[in-house]
Structures are given as structure tokens and as C-alpha cells.
Design a protein around this ligand. Structure first.
Ligand code: SF4
Length: 418
């Protein structure tokens, strides 16, 4: 497939779980609440990932499963009903309640789908109760978003109207800019999933053409297809080239005149290439190793190689959906090593052996690698940053040049003291 060599690896993993995605989902849909059914560990994870919210009452929480629940001594269902009742009485503005499964709730086999069904019949449409899994046993952190969006799909009304549906959380400002560009291309009906309000769900049907903004939404793409939508095949909108190809693919799907497309996208591309220049100078020739965590690794590798001149040592990805990723794989250089899955110890041995200039990895691995003198970039930062679109290409490159710059400063400082 393309120029890449695809291999699989299994073994111990070192990734954040799907609960982490609550941090960006709750910001996107302020009328939704995410109730994790989990342990104190789960509560600590989202509290520390999201930071303490001082000015707003948080839109997520944890129904703590105590030892008695875990030992099967108490009825966790009763307890959960009580927590939900209290929460909804206190927070009448909640319109959608996501019950989010965790490792502990899966281990004791709480059937959250059944709980959601029961609560929905009691609440009679006042609040929609949905469920998905964020458990670390089966998800990495971006898959939490895939689960949440998939859970929303059955609530989307049906339509036959022709429309473009952008799927995957984007920063609001980026979404506005992209929607505006599509409108200039003559694609006037553009909707988004997730929407900005959880009850403002877009309609879906045979006239819907889906453009995935994020590469980790395999399950959501599948259920959207089941509702009659067509998935537009394209690379993902990271970097000037990827974003342009992404927009061009949508324009082709809507039969937009080629000359109009080029007249709108060419000036943006020229501007982006100019803005990329200083970062390209810092990144070109540097060796990059991506450990699997976010599923953004393949589009990032494509951008950092083709537009910033980095050499790809290894590209890890937790999962590989070959169909969705085919346009990306086709753009990788010949013989790029793409490894699906993880055996963290073997992978770290390869990092030490190859001594790359930069490693993209999870927070848990970054500190030990930094201590060994290897520069790192946290993959989680990429989902919190507005990096999509032609205009954002330089900002994306800057995220990778920053740790190299820092390492240079440190090295120079050390030399000055020798
Ligand atoms: S869901 Fe599992 S991996 Fe995630 S915080 Fe809870 S116990 Fe840890």
C-alpha cells in the first residue's frame, strides 16, 4: 500500500485511555455532561487532564465504584440511578448525559447500555442518556471521541438533502474558517458532528457526504455509512498539502469547478508555504520516531516528511484502518516503516538504538526519554491545539520545532559550562 511497509506488533502498551477525550468533548458541547462510571483513579485522570475548573461547574464527573461495588456486595445499578437523579436535579441545563464506561465498570460488567435505556424511559426525552466505553482495556485516548460520536448517530434525524458533514472535533475558530472556505467554493450546506450543542444534531441520509476531520473515527464512519452517507476519500487536513487535498476531494464530490477551487486554494497554499519556511529550516533532515497513541501519527508523518523535510525512522499507530488511511499511506515515502500496535519495551529499545532527533509519544514516556537526552513531543498536545487547515500548517510545524529548539538551547548552555 503506497510506499509504506506495514507491520504489526503486540505486547504491553503505554497509552492514555479513552476517558481523556472528555476533556475536549465537554468543551465542544457545553449542554452535555460526561459521567464516568469508574474508580478514583479514573476521577484523578480526568481531573488532572482537564485541570481544575474554577469559574464553571465542570461538565464531567465520576460515579465512583467503591470496593463494595467491585466485590459485588452492593448493587451498582441502584447507586448509579441515585447519582444520575441527584445530578439532573442539580443541573437542569444538561441535555445529553453520556455514561462513560471504564476499566472497573467493564470488569464488574455493568451493562451501561441497559442503564441508559432504563434512564431514558424514566426521563422521557427531557435528557438523552447515551453510553460508550472509555476503558483503557480497549481504547486509546482519541477512541473516546469515536465512541461518543458513534453513540450520537442514532439520534441524528434523517434527510435526503445534499450536504457536507464535517466529522470530528475541530476548534470552533478553525471550523468557522473551513466552513467559510467551503461556502466560497459554493458548498453552502455544511454541518458538523459533534455540533456545538449536543441537541443540535445534524440530519443524515443518502445526500450526505462525510469529510472526516480526524483520522481516529472508524466506528463513527461505519455507522454514518449505515445511515446512507458517503465517506469522501481524502488525506486528513493536517499541513498545507493534506488540507488542500482534503478540500479538493470535497470540491470534487460536489462537482465544484476546478478553476474556482484552484483560485481559492492556491493563494492560501502559497501563504502557508511561506509561513512554513523558518520551521522547515529547523526540521529538515531531522530524524523522527512516532510512537503509537493518537492515530494522528500517519498524517503527521506525511506532513513532517513532505512539507518539513524530516526523515521518518518509524511511524507507530495504535490501529490502522487501511481503507480510511489509504490516501495517507500512498503519500508516505518508499519503505516507510509503519507499525500497528505496540510492544512498548521493544519500541523503546528501537528508539535507543536509532537515536532519533525527536520522538512523538505519550506523556508517560516523554520524561524518561528526555532524561536520556532524547527530545520529545507529547502526542496529546496535538488534540488540544488548533492544527487543522492550510492556514494552520506553520503552527503545526512550530509545535515540532519547539522541543528541538529547546534541546539546542540546553546543549549550548551545557557546552558553555564545560
Ligand atoms: S478507565 Fe481504566 S485506564 Fe482509564 S483511568 Fe480508569 S482505570 Fe485507568
Amino acid at each position: 500500500m503506497g510506499g509504506a511497509t506495514l507491520l504489526k506488533e503486540t505486547g504491553p502498551r503505554e497509552v492514555f485511555c479513552g476517558l481523556t477525550s472528555i476533556v475536549w468533548l465537554h468543551r465542544r458541547m457545553p449542554d452535555a455532561f460526561f459521567l464516568v462510571v469508574g474508580s478514583r483513579t479514573c476521577a484523578h485522570l480526568i481531573q488532572s487532564a482537564a485541570g481544575v475548573m474554577i469559574f464553571a461547574e465542570p461538565r464531567f464527573g465520576t460515579a465512583i465504584l467503591e470496593e463494595r461495588d467491585l466485590a459485588g456486595l452492593a448493587d451498582a445499578h441502584d447507586e448509579l440511578d441515585r447519582v444520575v437523579k441527584d445530578l439532573l436535579a442539580r443541573r437542569p441545563e444538561i441535555r445529553t448525559l453520556f455514561l462513560v464506561g471504564s476499566c472497573p465498570s467493564e470488569v464488574i460488567k455493568i451493562d451501561l447500555a441497559r442503564v441508559a435505556e432504563r434512564l431514558n424511559s424514566v426521563l422521557k426525552g427531557r435528557v438523552n442518556v447515551l453510553n460508550y466505553s472509555g476503558s483503557g482495556i480497549e481504547t486509546t485516548f482519541t477512541q473516546g471521541e469515536d465512541g461518543a460520536l458513534k453513540a450520537l448517530v442514532p439520534l441524528m434525524p434523517a434527510t435526503k438533502e445534499e450536504q457536507l458533514l464535517l466529522v470530528g472535533t475541530l476548534a470552533n475558530a478553525v471550523e468557522d474558517r473551513l466552513t467559510n472556505l467551503f461556502k466560497r467554493l459554493g458548498i453552502n450546506k455544511v454541518a458538523s458532528l459533534p455540533p456545538r450543542e449536543s441537541i443540535d444534531l445534524p440530519a443524515i441520509g443518502p445526500g450526505t457526504k462525510v469529510l472526516l476531520a480526524q483520522p481516529y473515527l472508524s466506528d463513527t464512519a461505519r455507522v454514518l455509512k449505515d445511515r446512507g452517507a458517503e465517506i469522501i476519500k481524502a488525506p486528513f487536513p493536517l499541513g498545507a498539502e493534506g488540507s488542500r487535498l482534503w478540500m479538493e476531494a470535497a470540491a470534487r464530490a460536489f462537482k465544484v469547478e476546478e478553476s474556482l477551487v484552484q483560485s481559492i486554494l492556491e493563494p492560501l497554499t502559497i501563504r502557508a508555504h511561506k509561513a512554513l519556511e523558518p520551521y522547515k529550516k529547523q526540521l529538515a533532515g531531522k530524524r523522527l520516531f512516532l510512537l503509537p497513541e493518537s492515530q494522528l501519527e500517519i498524517p503527521l508523518a506525511r506532513f513532517l516528511h513532505r512539507e518539513c523535510g524530516m526523515e521518518l525512522v518509524e511511524v507507530g499507530t495504535p490501529y490502522l484502518n487501511r481503507e480510511l488511511m489509504q490516501p495517507e499511506l500512498a503519500l508516505l515515502p518508499q519503505n516507510t516503516l509503519v507499525i500497528e500496535g505496540q510492544h512498548v519495551e521493544k519500541q523503546l529499545d528501537r528508539v535507543r538504538e536509532k537515536q532519533p532527533d525527536l520522538v512523538v509519544c505519550g506523556m508517560g514516556l516523554a520524561n524518561p526519554l528526555e532524561a536520556e537526552g532524547i527530545s520529545t513531543k507529547w502526542s496529546i498536545e496535538l488534540v488540544f491545539s488548533p492544527i487543522h487547515g492550510i492556514d494552520q500548517a506553520a503552527d503545526l510545524a512550530e509545535l515540532f520545532s519547539r522541543p528541538l529548539h529547546r534541546r539546542n538551547l540546553l546543549n549550548n548552555k551545557t557546552l558553555a559550562h564545560v
